[in-house]
Design a protein around this ligand. Structure first.
Ligand SMILES: [Zn+2]
Ligand SMILES: [Zn+2]
Ligand SMILES: [Zn+2]
Length: 102
């Protein structure tokens, strides 16, 4: 993964995931494709290949820039502001098995 100049890497925090899967999709019973974890507040959302794109909606609602690829954590993140991949060596441990709707 290439790392461009992203100033937000200095704001990446250790977070506690808010849910085992996409928080909003779990509430409405919707499926998702991949999960994204907000490294500002711990919100768990779903990726842009998912029907509801909750991680992107979370960014637009909050401005939190960095989302970690999270199913399972793969050591990379995405900055929505710079549209760049960032390295996340301190990947967030998952709290439990990810619920799936297939
Ligand atoms: Zn950035
Ligand atoms: Zn979702
Ligand atoms: Zn957030």
């Amino acid at each position: 993964m290439s790392q461009r100049n992203c100033p937000h890497v200095h704001d990446i925090r250790e977070v506690t995931p808010s849910a085992l899967g996409c928080e909003e999709c779990l509430k409405i019973g919707s499926p998702w494709v991949h999960l994204r974890l907000c490294r500002t507040c711990g919100h768990v959302g779903c990726c842009d290949s998912s029907p509801n794109k909750h991680a992107t909606k979370h960014f637009h609602a909050t401005g939190h820039p960095i989302m970690e690829g999270y199913d399972p954590p793969e050591g990379w993140g995405w900055c929505y502001v710079d549209e760049a991949f960032v390295d996340l060596p301190d990947r967030t441990p998952q709290r439990g098995p990810i619920p799936r709707f297939v």
